[in-house]
Design a protein around this ligand. Structure first.
Ligand code: PLP
Length: 369
């Protein structure tokens, strides 16, 4: 799809992703920058987002699963890729042959990686306090000793050691950074020499220089969204890359007191015009957006009227002149006079991450260079 706008459209400005990576790299200044393109590139499309991030200066890609990494390899993307969450029964042969680095979360997983044909390149994950994946500090000595044994036999190469922050408070994150440093020291005394120590995602990379180490893993920021409650895209110098819109499929005049959508949670206050937008929760629009989230039509912003259904929702545009074929814009770059993913997150009691990542279903993706 080139110039034609799609019926239900996620328009992704790849130039914005390129500029965002460049801006973040300039602010952060680490030797290496990993662009995180898991979950279909936070709803933006993994392959195009990865290519744009590389054009902006990212030299690593991060994903959750090996399958996501293989999709990037199938698209002939050849920069190093790290995948960090695996089926406990995973066999890592494909990952190793596709040169995908494996994030290791347990001793058993390390042994599985060592059994793959070829040398598995791994990053050992330490749980420094998030309480999710990774090996707790008390068990690191055993993990590092085993990794060193595998390294001596040529079964494994430990390229990295990493952890993930809870973003609970600056003090909590600093405590995790200290714990991470002890884990790195422990790894070194076990005979390992991981060249990449990495801890920070977008938030800590921007605010806590002590968490930057050799590489930062940047997700939300590369898509132009802020990880912070108290700062928006603009104040970070970032441009939201995704704009969600759809063609208005029907427009009608109705009298005062008309019920709108399932359950009549909205009734018209006066004779008015209703515009029907063909996007619903099947496309990733939260049902919590009902009667709350903002939509821009012909330069004016209105709240959604009534419930968001599976495939459609309604906007009460009053006496504004709106025609079938006009476009409803849900969110994008507020510099264009439209609502932001942050506005939608507030309306839906969630975070901007979820607003963009949940997009799915029948959207047409259009990529601007
Ligand atoms: C998702 C993820 C990131 C990226 O986080 P952002 O807040 O989007 O920058 C980094 N590291 C890990 C381990 C992740 O799961």
């Amino acid at each position: 799809m080139s110039g034609m706008r799609a019926f239900r459209e996620a328009r992704v400005d790849l130039g914005a992703i390129i500029a965002n990576v460049d801006t973040l790299r300039a602010a952060i200044g680490t030797t290496h920058t990993m662009a995180v393109v898991k979950a279909r590139g936070y709803g933006h499309g993994a392959v195009p987002s990865a290519r744009a991030a590389i054009a902006g200066g990212a030299d690593w890609l991060g994903v959750v699963e090996v399958a996501e990494a293989l999709e990037l390899r199938a698209a002939k993307i050849d920069v190093p890729i790290l995948a960090w969450l695996h089926d406990p029964a995973a066999n890592f042969d494909e990952a190793v042959s596709a040169q995908i680095d494996i994030g290791i979360n347990s001793l058993a997983q390390l042994d599985r990686a060592a059994q793959a044909s070829g040398t598995a390149v791994v990053h050992l994950k330490v749980d420094t306090g998030l309480g999710r994946n990774g090996v707790v500090l008390d068990e690191c000595e055993q993990l590092f000793a085993a990794a060193h044994q595998h390294e001596k036999l040529g079964r494994v190469r430990v390229r990295g050691i990493f952890s993930h922050l809870a973003n609970a408070s600056d003090a909590d994150d600093a405590a995790q950074a200290t714990a991470f440093e002890s884990a790195v020291a422990l790894a070194e005394s076990a005979g390992l020499a991981p060249e990449l120590r990495h801890l920070a995602s977008t938030a800590a990379a921007l605010r806590l220089p002590a968490t930057r180490f050799d590489l930062v893993r940047l997700g939300i920021g590369i898509y132009g969204l802020s990880p912070f409650d108290d700062q928006n895209s603009e104040s970070l110098g970032l441009r939201p890359a995704l704009e969600l819109s759809a063609v208005i499929v029907s427009v009608k005049r109705v009298p005062a007191g008309s019920g709108v959508s399932y359950g009549y949670t909205y009734r018209t206050a006066a004779p008015t015009t209703l515009a029907l937008v063909p996007l619903g929760y099947a496309d990733g629009i939260p049902r919590q957006a009902s009667n709350r989230a903002p939509v821009s039509i012909n330069g004016k912003t209105y709240p959604i009227a009534g419930r968001v259904a599976m495939d459609q929702f309604v906007v009460d545009v009053g006496d504004a002149v709106v025609a079938e074929g006009d476009r409803a814009v849900l969110f994008g770059d507020p510099a264009r006079g439209i609502p932001s993913a942050d506005d939608w997150a507030r309306s839906c009691d969630t975070i901007n991450y979820e607003i963009v990542t949940r997009l799915a279903g029948r959207l047409g993706y259009r990529y601007l260079p």
